[in-house]
Design a protein around this ligand. Structure first.
Ligand SMILES: NC(=O)c1ccc[n+]([C@@H]2O[C@H](COP(=O)([O-])OP(=O)(O)OC[C@H]3O[C@@H](n4cnc5c(N)ncnc54)[C@H](OP(=O)(O)O)[C@@H]3O)[C@@H](O)[C@H]2O)c1
Length: 276
């Protein structure tokens, strides 16, 4: 088994994920895995970084496919005996002009951005080594969506005692409410993407607390963040930041030095902790 440290980035064949891998290859002293659901797209992204003189490694990962997550988990266990850095970057967003029914958008968006990210955490967080770092790429859209929720929902999402099971039930309820056409009446905002990212931010708060209980003393830090508004296929050409600039906050959190005790369980934007 290799004693080399190892970092994994999800959804890294393009956009912010690719830029995170580029930056980690320059700054992280260990193996960096560029993962992608499509092996061809992933390998051509690896080739692109190799042409820049960098040495990322590749592993297939479709976060919507439990088998795929478990095969990465087994590979990391066997080759490295664990994991040092996990960046949950993979995500999707329907375009504003997309005419897909809102209920379908809600189901599809939540499936990847919340439920699949949660599955990755369920399988990979137990592999974290001491001083491990986890970065869940959320969005400032989660803060805006929270503000658009009813007081009752806001209280639940801000609660320090909400459990993962309760959060999952709320995310499922949002999808069900959109199918019944009652989501606004039930206090939800009109953004499937925003609600999915509420899920990511709240899940991060819950996971950080769980780590405090189960891995106390191991120095693991887990946070959610926003990369900013970044020029990618998702956000379009008008966004002000380059993908490399968008990678800065996620990479800052991924490389918090050993011995650091914060931020942990926070939502971070422009490298600063934001109120939730
Ligand atoms: N761009 C922004 O302004 C902005 C702002 C706030 C937050 N974010 C967040 O930042 C993250 C990266 O966004 P981006 O702008 O770089 O978007 P992007 O250019 O559309 O890239 C998204 C990446 O996620 C991958 N992906 C989607 N579903 C996947 C799955 N099931 N399994 C594995 N990979 C999957 C995509 O792979 P394929 O190429 O195979 O589709 C792609 O590599 C997302 O979580 C997004 O919500 C972005």
């Amino acid at each position: 088994m290799s004693s080399t440290t190892v970092a994994v980035v999800t959804g890294a064949n393009k956009g912010i994920g690719l830029a995170i891998v580029r930056s980690l290859c320059k700054q992280f002293s260990g193996d960096v895995y560029l993962t992608a659901r499509d092996a061809d797209r992933g390998k051509s992204a690896v080739a692109q970084l190799q042409a820049e003189g960098l040495k990322p490694l590749f592993h297939q990962l479709d976060i919507n496919d439990l088998q795929s997550i478990r095969s990465l988990r087994d590979f990391l266990k066997e080759k490295y005996g664990g994991l040092n850095v996990l960046v949950n970057n993979a995500g999707i967003a329907f375009k504003v002009a997309d005419t897909t029914p809102f209920a379908t958008q809600a189901e599809v968006t939540l499936r990847t951005n919340f439920f699949a990210l949660k599955d990755v955490c369920t399988e990979l967080l137990p592999l974290l080594k001491p001083n491990g770092r986890v970065v869940n790429v959320s969005s400032i859209a989660s803060v805006r969506a929270l503000a658009g929720c009813s007081q009752v929902l806001q209280q639940k999402f801000r609660s320090d005692t909400i459990t993962e099971e309760e959060l999952v039930k709320l995310m499922e309820k949002f999808v069900e409410d959109t199918k019944k056409g009652v989501h606004e009446k039930e206090g939800w905002p009109n953004s499937a993407y925003g609600v999915s990212k509420i899920g990511v931010t709240v899940l991060s708060r819950i996971q950080a607390q769980l780590l405090n209980q189960t891995r106390k003393g191991d120095g693991i830090l887990l946070n959610a963040c926003c990369p900013g508004w970044v020029r990618t296929d998702m956000a379009g050409p008008s966004a002000p930041k380059t993908p490399d600039e968008g990678a800065e906050t996620p990479v800052y959190l991924a490389l918090l030095p050993p011995g650091a005790d914060r931020p942990h369980g926070q939502f971070v934007n422009e490298k600063k902790v934001q109120p939730w």
